[in-house]
Design a protein around this ligand. Sequence first.
Ligand code: LR7
Ligand code: MN
Length: 574
Amino acid sequence: MKIAMRRGRIIRITLGLSIIPLLYLLFTYSESHKKFNEIYSKKLVSKIREPFLASEGYGNFEPIDKEVHHGPGEGGLPYIHEGSNSDDSEIEYGMNMFISDKISLNRTIRDTRPKECKKWNYPEELPSVSVIIVFHNEGFSVLMRTVHSVINRSPQQYLEEILLVDDFSDKNDLKEKLDNYVERFNGKVRVIRNVEREGLIRTRSRGAHEARGEVIIYLDAHCEVNKNWLVPLIAPIALDDKVMTVPIIDGIDHKNFEYRPVYAEGHNFRGIFEWGLLYKENELPKREEKKRAHSTEPYDSPTHAGGLFAINRKYFLELGTYDPGLLVWGGENFELSFKIWQCGGKIKWVPCSRIGHVYRGFMPYNFGKLGEKKKGPLITINYKRVVEVWMDEQHKEYFYTREPSAKYLEMGDISEQLALKEKLNCKSFSWFMENVAYDVYDKYPQLPENTNWGELINSATMKCFDAMGRQPPSYISLQPCHGYGNNQLIRLNAAGQLGIGERCVEADANGIKLAFCRLGTVDGPWKYTEAKTLYHRTQKKCIAVHPVTSQLSLMPCDVNNSYQLWIFKILKPR
Ligand code: LR7
Ligand code: MN
């Protein structure tokens, strides 16, 4: 593959040919219209864009044939079937398989791309691709619709294979039935299987080792790729093999399989994170928009959601794929993002490559033996590994302020990861924050230290503050202390913010509430007094438990009333 030949070639941007007759007409108007015409033609120029000139060696790749298909769910419309809109399969799969089974595996979906995307031209000399789909106990029709969409909507000359990696599923239809089914693809679709449960992270790494294509593209097992998704995604990698690309991920409804665009046209978002390593997306900063001539051009993103991306296979192997110490699920998207940026690569989001993903309301599987072996919450352990390898002292502290019990978690040996960082001559986390992820600071200011944290136990009842896993706004209640943290892990910081997870504690006339923290702020009204009351500075009242109903509310302070006294008990994971 002579990718090198194309490298460094300047992408030429010119005006579409179609505009020339129009301009000619405009300029033949009388002299008095000249000024008007100048302004008008300028507007036209900026409106009609053709980001890549169609020329020798370049192609447009827009499918010529219109996809025509009739039946339930076509065009990406929701499919609502009388009487079966909730189904047991939702509990088993996290999505309605009864509905999925009714929809064609070859269904059409809405083209959600900005219109400008159709004008692009891309180099024709492109690397071969392995699409890797890892799965554990997914629904057969949903998995196969992913495969069909890739087969139907990819130029076959670049698609080396679709590699299905079964992470030790135990569902019957994912065994012989699957093997037999893929035979119809004449070798294009290959199935390999783990002999024990490895989790999605290790399974993806295995896929990278086994793949035969030059570029690998990962998809979750419940996706539908959209029109002309492939070439826009691999073209930036053909030009620079240290670029990882990420498609724009649209939503597919887990109940009715409606395909919906994720953002309104013309809006670009990029991946960032909150200090507790919660993945977030942020509208592309002006500074980044300005770097590009066209809003449909790929742009830099600090991180990515995890599931869907393309990367040069050799480059991914050089980076050591994922840290093999990360278990099952979570944090791997940050590990790879930090590693790529800090060690000389780039992540680009590609507005003209669209893929739908079924968002499930909950995780329908458990973490198997790997989950049992580890003390403490496995995802937080993964985060801790990522933080300890890639962040510097200052930023590590923000993580531990937000996730105080993580200090006590056993994360295993990270010496190989640190050695890799050394070997690849990677830059510091501060460099990454200042040059790439600077918008994280705007959204999530640096956290003041915690003055108190842990379970918040009421002295009269010995019960605990509990957010109950409800979505804000919702009332906080008093529950038996369970010692696991999570919804019972409360933090008070030096600026008076009382928080649970990502959320803030507020008071209103009816009680004590879990609320969204005001964006960009880290302070609050609370003070933990020497007498052990929780004092609200502006209301000048204290949090009290109702002796009969156990409800929480603000009451005039009384330091002799044990229903108003609280103890923070530090939680060490068991
Ligand atoms: O043990 C497992 N083994 C697996 O093979 C658990 C899961 N899997 C498979 C599973 O069948 C699926 O194909 O791994 C894939 C991802 O698992 P999901 O779909 O349960 O994950 P998710 O979509 O809920 O979560 C997101 O975060 C994950 C862990 O960090 C992965 O990176 C997912 O790929 C990721 N999904 C996306 O990025 C899609 C967009 C979400 C957003 C925003
Ligand atoms: Mn998923």
